[in-house]
Design a protein around this ligand. Sequence first.
Ligand code: ADP
Ligand code: MG
Length: 247
Amino acid sequence: MRDPILALDGLDKSFGALHATRQVSLDLRPGEIHALIGPNGAGKSTLIAQIAGTLKPDRGEIYLERQALSSLSVAERARLGLGRSFQVSSLAEPLSVLRNVMVGVQAVQGSSYRFWKPIRSDADLVEPALRAIEQMGLGHRADTAVSDLSHGERRQVEVACALALKPKALLLDEPMAGLGPEGSAKLTELLEGLKTRVPILLIEHDMDAVFRLADRISVLVDGEVVAHGDSEAIRNNPHVREAYLGE
Ligand code: ADP
Ligand code: MG
């Protein structure tokens, strides 16, 4: 088996008496979508925050291609190839799709180089931004203001912002949330096409999307991975059906 791109080793995080993640270990391999499911409050977003670097684990380590990340900042992790989208949209409404993605790239890449060379020129930013926009199915919308986009298209732009940084791994926290059936179907199709370029750790409540997309699924309950397997195994796991799918 090929080495994992991303590996979590025993991530533990408490907020006072609340144990939000308990010894969570899992990995993300090249070419796969690994879905993380579990009820509200299970610790999914807390886990993503520890990977991205906005939250410091009490114990455990995160490896991106074998490099330990725990001493690195959010920006350093992003520059090393950890891509993520946010649950709350951070797009600039009046700006075009292309501008938004370019600003996103510059925000991450520009800052590290500022002290010894000029911030990347616009021309440098256009090419990766356009490619990411096309990958997310919005090539025809590049010059459209974000304010004129549908909810689903905005979500596609958010993923494009992460993609334009050419990440080695992509973390998506509930990308389908709030989308209608059409928007979810479109995003599902796009993510399916994306996984050969970049492996995705996908948190998602839309179980149709999860079962269609995920190569593997980990189930988190009360901060702990209680089940793990391929889509088929998780779909048929009686504990999962009872505890999570409500059957
Ligand atoms: P999920 O994303 O699976 O719905 P979260 O990771 O957001 O769950 O939350 C896991 C638990 O940790 C919840 O009980 C939540 O209230 C708690 N929690 C999350 N962030 C904080 C925080 N900054 N301070 C205190 N408690 C938190
Ligand atoms: Mg969450």
